[in-house]
Design a protein. Structure first.
Length: 147
């Protein structure tokens, strides 16, 4: 007796596959639309929060738009239009940047001559004499390459 196994794969109708793919795309679009609607309601609050947390982030974004418009007018117009259309997303990104820059500037608020607390590290683990002695004991061609 031979132990020969055959496997059968059910063929999926390509039209059913395409219909399923289109339905998945519509579902993802519907979810994205819902998220965008929620963000559009919260966008003014997000923008004002970004201004209150760190106004420099919003100012840098405005400077970037103006510089882009001066150097490359087509891209500058496109960036301005997309910023207007995608204001909820831009407001969220500006808020995230303001929050992240606030965390970075906390250490910058130290007065001149003031130090950050630190812990001294024992330097015994940096002794590599044992490693070099071990390498001297090993006699192979690879150690000759490193000399």
């Amino acid at each position: 007796m031979s132990a020969h196994k055959t496997y059968r794969f059910n063929k999926v109708n390509p039209f059913i596959f395409l219909i399923g793919l289109v339905l998945i795309m519509f579902a993802l679009l519907w979810v994205a639309k819902g998220i965008f609607q929620i963000l559009s309601l919260a966008a003014p609050v997000l923008f004002i929060a970004a201004l209150l947390i760190d106004y420099k982030v919003v100012a840098r974004y405005g400077k970037w738009l103006m510089t882009t418009f001066k150097h490359n007018p087509i891209f500058g117009i496109l960036a301005g239009v997309l910023s207007f259309i995608g204001f909820p997303v831009v407001a969220l990104i500006l808020l995230i940047r303001a929050l992240s820059s606030r965390g970075l500037t906390n250490t910058a608020n130290l007065k001149k001559g003031e130090y950050i607390e630190y812990e001294e590290v024992n330097e015994d683990f940096l002794d590599i004499s044992e490693i070099t002695e071990h390498n001297k004991k090993m006699d192979n061609d690879y150690n000759d390459v490193l000399k």
